[in-house]
Structure formats: C-alpha cells, structure tokens
Ligand binder design. Structure first.
Ligand code: NCD
Ligand code: ZN
Length: 472
C-alpha cells in the first residue's frame, strides 16, 4: 500500500452519489481520486480543504454548450465560457459545432482544438452531421470528435437541415464507431412554412415564435430520428426536450431497444408561456418555452428516467442581440452553464427532486451516455477528481451583471432567488473555482475527453444495405 501523502485531502463533507450520501473524506493524488475514507481516517496530505457543511458531488457534465469560437466570439469564447462553467460547478462540457464556419471537417475540428487551448475545464468537441459533409465523418472521428450534432431544424447559424437520406448515411457511418449523435429535433420545413405565414400576417411578437414551432415539430423529428437509429444501430440523444408530446415517441423508442437518451434544460422546467409577457424576446429559445402543462410532464419524465440528463444549451448572445423588438430578429437562446446547478439545487431545496437524483442526471448519466463513465461522472477510487462542493443552505439571487460569460450577460432567470450554490469546483485535482472566485491559474487546464472516451461498438444493423455496402 502507498502511504505517500495525498496532494489534496477533502475532509468533513458529505459525499453524494446517485445511490445515497455518507460522511467521508476524499484523498486526491495528481488528477485522480486515490482514496475515500471514513471521516478522520484518510492520513497525511500536503493540502487540506475543510468541507464541513458542504456536499461533495461529481462536477456536472453538460453535454450541450455553445462557446461560439470561431466566428461569433463577440458572444463568448473558450476562456469566458469555461470560466462560467467553473463558476457553475461544471467540470466537463460538450461544445456544439454551429460556429462559423461550422465544425464540419477535420480541418475545422483541428482549428477548434487550437481555440479550446484556453479551456479551464475538460471538454468534448461535437462534429457536425450535415447534408454536405457525409464524406468527412470518418475524418472527424479520427480527428477526435467526441460526439455528433445534427440540426434537423434551423436555429442559430441557420445551418440547413440534412435530408433524411443524408441523415441515414451519416447514421450508418457513425454507428460503426459508437459515437452518440445529438439531435436538434425540430422539423425545419414545418417551422419555415409557419414562420413565413406569420411574417406575412405581420405577426412578430414573442409568442409568435412559439406559434411557429408547435410541439408537432418535435414529435415528427424524434420519430424520424428514432426510426433511423433503430435501422442503423446508431446511438442518439434528443437535445433540449421542450414538450410533453415528444415524450411518447421517446419512451416508445426506448422500449423498442433504441439506444436513445434525452435531456432537458432548466428553462423548460421553470418557465412557461405565461412568462413571455414579462420577459419579451429574452425568453426566445429553440425549441421554445411552451404552455404550462408541458412543464409538469417534463418534470415527471425527468423523475421517472425517460429524460436521463439535465443540460443547459448554454447559448450566449450579446444583450443587444437578445432584445430586438421584432421577435424574428431577436437571437435565440441564453447562457446557462453557470446557472444550471444553482437553479436545480433550488429545485432540490423545494423538494422537486432529491440531491441523489440530481447527481444521476447531471453527472452519472451524461458520463454513461457519452462514454466517459467511470473516469468521469463518479466519485470512485481511480476516477478523475472532478468535483463540485456545494452549500445547500446558501441563498442568493441570480444577477446577470455578475455572470462570468462576460459578453452575454442576459438571462431570463435574472433576479431569481436561489438556494444552493457551488462553492468550490475541482477539475482533475485542481481548483478552477475556490470560495466562489475563479482561479486565474485554471486558464488552459482543460483537456479533450476523447482520449479517455470509451464507446462500445454497437451491433451493426442492416449492414449489407448501407450505402457503403451497396456501392462496394
Ligand atoms: C442555440 C444557439 O444559439 O446556438 N440557440 C437556441 O435557441 N437553443 C442553438 C440550439 O441549440 O438550437
Ligand atoms: Zn438546439
């Protein structure tokens, strides 16, 4: 047995896992958890953190953030985006490819790896799956893409949605490797049709955005994606679930054995159509925040496991881009990576879910779905020491003027009272936030997770009928 002192000992706190909570001390050596011991039993350490009064959880893994570089770094970049993550108790992010130009080739992926060198926490990079880059998908995987993103509906960046034919071949190719394909599941043609008619009728108020995107767009897209995944064996993930209605095709696909996961975001759990009058265009997001009854169904699905992940769709825009009076001109989305944990801990304090379940949806399930478990998403000996230490009693108010997303300080949650706040964030054994302050030395500490990612290869389905096979 190795008796060398630990680099960092965390003592006196309560460790929380999906299975339960217990008083325990954590010994960290280098980047990993080296020991978990009964209180007081750990042994010597170079440095000790007194965690009395705090709960220790795996840092959140947010599989849906937009950090905007290249092309839109007036909204965000890797420095400010990962600073916001560190301040929010998030230790891994998966970053989206709708930058400009998009992350659709190995060259653009290599370019994004360069930009991500300023990351403060670990990250995975999404490659794009689009109509015109099917021949680039293998190269993106070889280049270190951690997952894929397919925009079935238009959103920031206005990337055209791929045809079902292109999606099928993309799914065939990616299925061989096991990477998960995340879907913006809203059908573009329905939305374009309705938006055109609304615009022609001079309808341009915030609620008209919701009128252009009824839940049928999500139902149709989830069904279509699930059928393609079932046929090819591809793993898929439904991003930002916004409606009660898309839960049924999601559940049905899960019951048929499709490897399909789902996420929702705080705005769909905590806001509804009644908030449009108060918030105006600031509430605009794709998919839209919907009528009140959707919220309850989404909460229920989060509790029963149909929706397994909480993510943020961190979609920063400059305040002037978010507040244009004509809803079609206002940008969609808002920052979230910094506010997700306080908002969800507040929900824990209100009895809406248990802290253990929060650990499951914020850390364990994302790690499992994206091939990182148990290196990440777990408090276990040998796991990366990626930790969020939270004070469940600490009360505060969300203040957009204080967000670490310097250029996108605008959120529909501005002014909301919260109870529960991350106090320290540790990424692979190093502080990235300490006592609610960003640690300057964390700049550049982050690393791509693709090197520790393990995606078991799924069973190929209809392999003899793939585009590649029939052309051979
Ligand atoms: C996102 C963005 O701004 O990049 N916007 C949004 O409204 N959600 C794109 C997206 O995830 O759809
Ligand atoms: Zn999206």
């Amino acid at each position: 047995m190795d008796h060398a002192p630990f680099d960092l000992a965390i003592t006196g706190g309560i460790i929380v896992t999906p299975e339960g909570r217990f008083a325990g001390d954590i010994g960290i050596r280098g980047e990993v958890i080296a020991a978990i011991a009964a209180p007081g039993a750990l042994g010597a350490a170079h440095e000790t953190l007194d965690a009395a009064g705090l709960h220790i959880m795996p840092g959140a893994i947010d599989v849906h953030v937009h950090f905007r570089d290249p092309g839109m770094s007036h909204k965000e970049d890797w420095d400010t985006g990962t600073a916001a993550a560190a301040m929010g108790g998030v230790t891994t992010v998966f970053e989206m490819p709708n930058t400009f130009p998009p992350t659709s080739t190995p060259e653009m992926l290599a370019d994004k790896f360069e930009r991500a060198k300023s990351a403060r926490i670990d990250f995975g990079l999404y490659g794009l799956l689009a109509e015109d880059n099917i021949d680039q998908l293998e190269g993106l995987i070889a280049g270190g893409a951690a997952a894929f993103k397919c925009f079935m509906g238009n959103t920031t960046g206005n990337l055209p949605s791929p045809s079902t034919g292109a999606m099928l071949e993309g799914f065939e190719i990616i299925a061989k490797h096991g990477h998960r394909i995340s879907l913006h599941a809203e059908t573009a043609s329905i939305m374009a049709w309705r938006q055109r008619k609304l615009m022609a009728a001079d309808r341009n108020a915030p609620l008209d955005h919701l009128a252009a995107r009824p839940a049928i767009v999500a139902i149709e897209a989830v069904i279509r994606a699930a059928v393609l995944a079932e046929w090819t064996g591809a793993r898929i993930h439904v991003l930002h679930i916004s409606s009660a209605d898309e839960l049924r095709p999601l559940r049905e696909a899960q019951l048929r054995g499709v490897d399909i996961t789902g996420e929702t975001c705080p705005c769909y759990l905590m806001l509804d159509s009644e908030d449009y009058a108060r918030l105006g265009p600031v509430i605009k997001v794709n998919p839209p925040v919907r009528e009140p009854h959707h919220k309850e169904a989404i909460w229920q699905a989060l509790l029963d496991g149909t929706i397994g992940l909480i993510a943020t769709d961190h979609a920063p825009h400059a305040p002037e881009e978010k507040t244009r009076a004509n809803i079609w001109q206002a940008d969609a989305g808002f920052p979230g990576v910094e506010t997700q944990m306080p908002l969800m801990l507040t929900a824990v304090s209100e009895g809406k879910l248990s802290l253990e379940h929060y650990v499951r949806i914020s850390a364990e399930n994302p790690a499992k779905a994206f091939g990182l478990y148990p290196v990440k998403g777990a408090i276990r000996v040998g796991s990366h020491a990626d930790l969020a230490l939270v004070d469940l009693a600490r009360e505060d108010r969300i203040d957009q003027a204080k967000l670490a997303s310097l250029r996108s300080r605008i959120t529909p949650f501005h002014g909301k009272h919260i109870k529960g706040l991350p106090i320290h964030t540790i990424s692979r054994g190093e502080y990235v936030m300490k006592d609610r302050a960003l640690v300057a030395e964390s700049f550049g500490h982050g690393r791509s997770v693709h090197t520790v990612q393990h995606m078991a290869k799924p069973e190929p389905r209809h392999a003899e009928q793939t585009m590649a096979a029939v052309l051979r």
